[in-house]
Design a protein. Structure first.
Length: 355
């Protein structure tokens, strides 16, 4: 799973002049910022009052993603870039405020598979009816509401329009953030899968690997190239010894495709143009899924991605890696008859010239 930091939007929902919402939003940020720093979480405070969203004025259904209004595009970009939300909401007439319902209605897929925590405030019910109301709506959008919550009874918690210090409330807010981050991480595969290219195994999907994936890639290649080291009787195998930083570096300069299933990296392949050659490397499949055609599928996908003008595909493997060499031969590669000092062998395959 990617190590990209989790980005959390804190959303103050009340928009009326003199509202208590901004004060609750400030308190929340003070209470959770130290924990967010420890967790590497980026907090993005947003006030619906600043967004000036009118009542929904888009022609198309939000699921279309067709947004004609600039305010919708801005809101969409903010929500899309977030991994989770903490909504700071009052209770209006036993329900959520219309501003929150409106802001939810504007968008579709941007909300999907992200956790939403609530900090509510109100009179006798401390805003909890607002939260119950919001929860049944947000699940329709595939938002995942949290169990952890903060509910503030205004009369007891405030003095002259300010929140009184309350260590228990601070701790509850940290509890919301902790749960939010865990759920946001757990839901990452769900978010990645929506809209991604399907992979060869049921439920699997493809995604370009970036430097954020270096930990997963390092584990995969170390595990996969142990066999290579044993077969070729050498430890001088870069994929075995590369540091995390070295892996990050090559992920930046190669186009690497990963096959994922439920947050697990099952296989990968990297490609790069070198002159008129299309170079393919680091073809790897987790040990428990070998023999199911995943490597061959990745190899063919890597070849199909060759840039126009490339006239051949090249790759390198251990000179004694007979299983790999068999696969490459069966896919039309031929061995280059040169002797490599490092015990590797090069293979090539011509590409159709009309590309
Ligand atoms: C239109 C309206 C409806 C309200 N309805 C409720 C309610 O159903 N339950 C409740 O506990 N408080 C209710 N209140 C009181 C609010 O909890 C309190 O005014 C709170 O400060 C509102 O949040 P805001 O200041 O951020 O707008 C209502 C207030 C407004 C303005």
């Amino acid at each position: 799973m990617s190590t990209k930091p989790v980005r959390v939007l804190t959303l103050v929902c009340s928009t009326r002049p003199g509202a208590l919402g901004p004060e609750v939003g400030r308190w929340l940020l003070d209470a959770i910022t130290p924990r967010a720093t420890d967790l590497g979480v980026e907090l993005v405070p947003v006030a619906l009052a600043d967004l000036n969203l009118p009542f929904l004025d888009e022609e198309e259904h939000p699921s279309s993603g067709v947004y004609r209004q600039e305010h919708t595009r801005r809101w969409s970009a903010l929500v899309d870039a977030a991994d989770g939300f903490i909504v700071i909401t009052p209770e209006y007439n036993y329900g959520m405020p219309a501003t929150l319902k409106n802001a939810l209605d504007y968008l579709g897929r941007e909300w999907a598979w992200k956790p939403m925590g609530f900090v509510s405030y109100g009179n006798t019910s401390a805003g909890t009816r607002s939260v119950q109301h919001a929860k049944q709506v947000v699940t329709t959008l595939r938002l995942v509401p949290l169990g952890a919550t903060v509910a503030i009874r205004i009369a007891e918690a405030t003095e002259h329009g300010r929140l009184r210090p309350d260590a228990a409330r601070d701790a509850a807010a940290v509890g919301v953030l902790d749960e939010l981050v865990r759920v946001a991480q757990a839901l990452r595969p769900m978010r990645e899968r929506s809209g991604a290219r399907p992979g060869p195994l049921p439920g699997s999907y493809l995604r370009r690997l970036t430097a954020d994936d270096a930990p997963e890639v390092t584990v995969l290649q170390r595990c996969c190239w142990v066999d290579e080291a044993l077969t070729n009787d050498t430890l001088a195998v870069p994929a075995l010894s590369e540091s995390l930083d070295q892996v990050r570096d090559w992920l930046d300069t190669w186009h690497t495709t990963g096959v994922w299933l439920d947050g697990r990296l099952l296989g990968m392949v990297r490609t790069r143009r070198e002159g008129d050659d299309w170079h393919i490397g680091r073809l790897a499949v987790v040990p428990d899924l070998r023999g199911q055609g995943l490597g061959r599928w990745l190899l063919r996908a890597a070849e199909a991605a060759a840039e126009p003008g490339c006239d051949r595909v090249t790759l390198v493997t251990g000179a004694k890696s007979l299983r790999n060499i068999d696969l490459y031969h069966s896919e039309g590669y031929r061995m280059v008859p040169a002797h490599h000092e490092d015990g590797t062998a090069s293979l090539v395959k011509g590409l159709a010239t009309h590309r």
